[in-house]
Write a protein that binds this ligand. Structure first.
Ligand code: NAD
Length: 292
């Protein structure tokens, strides 16, 4: 068997088109321009690249893009004051504080200062709680992108066995909640899981979010399963995922490549979350298919 390749790049482009259409409608019919504010503290090179491409894509879909930079040695209170201003700014519908923050700042304290309604990363404890209790939340972008691709491929996910490898707050846990919300039978595996290969072999859906190059090999995969590879690992062979693509793609029914799979969906979902937040703030209908 050779797996169907789930093309995240093309999928993300369709999501951005949908966002752009909705943004145009908000402008034309309501005179509202959705706005996303991105805050970068310090000069981490990877973060600078992410922030730049977020700004570029925000503008491309017709939204207002605001960028704020603080020095690496800025006081946490300065960052909190900026977040308070953005919370109060009616032009801003989404706020993203680029992580990681410098060591002298308390990440959870800073994230808790963001208005949950503008928390387009979905990391605020209120949104975590809303998602965990099956209520309308802002959903973390990477797992939201994975869910969109799974729904598109399978139609209904109801009753499928899903194994999520990784239990981080950013990917693994929200991914598991989303799959549960779509009525999968969900197992979360992690670094202490015994017989991981056997656990993965039961799955109709495997989501790998570990950060270990090519850890999941083809002989762990149930024939025909769908494999979503979240991992981004820089190696001497270039960028590789957590899944050994060469062997897994011979067994799986469908698989996301790295690069070109989950990665492009993350920023597309950030834009989707911003438009959703804007609609919710203005009591307007949300675009279909862009939320969980
Ligand atoms: P993390 O380091 O916070 O969590 C990794 C998880 O993997 C942990 O829960 C740990 O228990 C588990 N783990 C570690 N070793 C394991 C092992 N041997 N067996 C089973 N489980 C093991 O990482 P994260 O933030 O969740 O990110 C995971 C990967 O996804 C990374 O490669 C990261 O770069 C990538 N990522 C990609 C995107 C994207 O947009 N595509 C977004 C976020 C993260």
């Amino acid at each position: 068997m050779t797996a169907t390749v789930i093309d995240g790049k093309a999928f993300a482009s369709r999501v951005r088109d949908k966002v752009a259409t909705h943004v145009a409608r908000l402008k034309d019919e309501h005179g509202i321009t959705p706005g996303l504010a991105v805050v970068l503290v310090g000069e981490d090179p990877a973060s600078q690249v992410y922030v730049k491409s977020k700004g570029k894509m925000t503008k491309q879909v017709g939204m207002l893009s605001l960028e704020y930079r603080l020095n690496a040695d800025a006081a946490q209170d300065d960052l909190l004051a900026l977040i308070a201003d953005l919370n109060a700014n009616p032009e801003v519908h989404g706020i993203l504080v680029q992580l990681p923050l410098p060591g002298h700042m308390d990440e959870s304290y800073v994230l808790a200062a963001i208005d949950p309604a503008k928390d387009v990363d979905g990391f605020h404890i209120s949104n975590v709680g809303l998602l965990g209790t099956g209520q309308k939340a802002m959903v973390p972008c990477t797992p939201l992108g994975c869910l969109m691709m799974l729904r598109d491929h399978h139609g209904s996910l109801s009753g499928l066995d899903a194994v999520v490898i990784g239990r981080s707050n950013i990917v693994g846990k929200p991914m598991a909640q989303l799959l549960l919300g779509d009525s999968c039978t969900v197992t979360i595996a992690h670094s202490r899981t015994k017989n991981l290969a056997d656990v993965v072999r039961r799955a109709d859906i495997v989501v790998a979010a570990v950060g270990r190059p090519k850890m999941v090999s083809g002989d762990w995969i149930k024939p025909g399963a769908t494999v979503i590879d979240v991992g981004i690992n820089r190696t001497d062979d270039g960028l590789v995922g957590d899944v050994d693509y060469a062997s897994a793609s011979q067994v799986a029914g469908a698989i996301t490549p790295v690069p070109g799979g989950v990665g492009p969906m993350t920023i597309a979902c950030l834009l989707a979350n911003t438009v959703t937040a804007c609609c919710r703030a203005n009591d307007l209908a949300e675009p279909e298919g862009l939320t969980a």
